[in-house]
Write a protein that binds this ligand. Structure first.
Ligand code: GLU
Length: 264
């Protein structure tokens, strides 16, 4: 299976705030540098990469001197406006060092629900990839409303993978894969290597005594389901060492692979 995965050309990589930032909310520069370097190298190998990056609110809050992540809606929107700018500035600068160009795409849920805007988004992704640009996507947190918000970037990354017709979605997170029970509570918790059918795991996640639903795992599984229905495979893996992305391109197992199957 990993032999098939290693040849997939178009990959969406999702990275979350906890992977990108320190506890202080400021950017984890070493980690981001490593991620940028590996992605640049994957591009040089001939892969097409779309990066779905969170961190706007977290980084913005840090820049604005807020001592904790804002809870109030307008403060979140303001922090996102500051942080998105800062994030893109850093990504553009770091990717430029490896001679790669980035583009910013900010989406709201209604964009993909209105056929004309959806088509515009698809066309833009395709054109950017044709030109070898790395699209960096986030939710447009400043203007998205309750009715029109993805809410989390896991769902957003799955939607992006379907719009861009990717073959693989990689979700980088703070745990090294999907476990059969909460590894923080159960010493004997085992990581699941391959999931044939996401629905089986959803049941585990929803069942009593399981903590798969904590730490945002449920939204990641839902993302894998959305992607899987379009035949896109998902890998959920730890993001603390971005070099492990090379395992995917060398056909080595990493994290949890959730198989996509468009016929389901
Ligand atoms: N769009 C939010 C941000 O950039 C993050 C949402 C999420 O973490 O899923 O801060």
């Amino acid at each position: 299976m990993y032999n098939e995965i290693k040849d997939i050309k178009r990959i969406v990589i999702k990275v979350g705030t906890s992977t990108l930032t320190h506890q202080t909310g400021r950017l984890n520069i070493r980690r981001v540098e490593s991620l940028v370097k590996v992605i640049s190298d994957l591009k040089n190998m001939g892969k097409e990469i779309i990066l779905v990056s969170s961190g706007a609110i977290g980084v913005g809050a840090g820049c604005m001197g807020m001592t904790e992540r804002p809870r109030e809606k307008v403060a979140k929107q303001a922090a996102a406006a500051v942080g998105q700018c800062e994030l893109m500035n850093i990504y553009a600068k770091m990717f430029r060092e490896y001679e790669h160009t980035v583009a910013q795409i900010l989406l709201t849920k209604d964009v993909v629900e209105v056929p004309e805007s959806k088509e515009n988004a698809i066309n833009t992704f395709m054109k950017l990839l044709e030109y070898g640009v790395i699209p960096i996507v986030n939710e447009n947190d400043t203007i998205s409303t309750k009715e029109a918000e993805f809410g989390d970037n896991d769902t957003l990354s799955a939607v992006v993978a379907t719009l861009a017709e990717a073959g693989l979605l990689v979700i980088l997170t703070d745990i090294d894969g999907v476990y059969d029970s909460n590894p923080k509570e159960h010493d004997d918790a085992k990581m699941i290597d391959v999931v044939e059918n996401v629905d089986d795991i959803m049941d585990v996640a929803g069942g009593a005594g399981s903590s798969l639903g904590t730490g945002g795992m449920i939204t990641k599984l839902e993302a894998a389901k959305i992607a899987g229905e379009k035949g896109i495979h998902t890998i959920i893996m730890g993001g603390c060492n971005p070099k492990r992305l090379y395992d995917i391109t060398s056909g080595k197992p990493v994290g949890t692979l959730l198989k996509g199957d468009a016929s389901k």
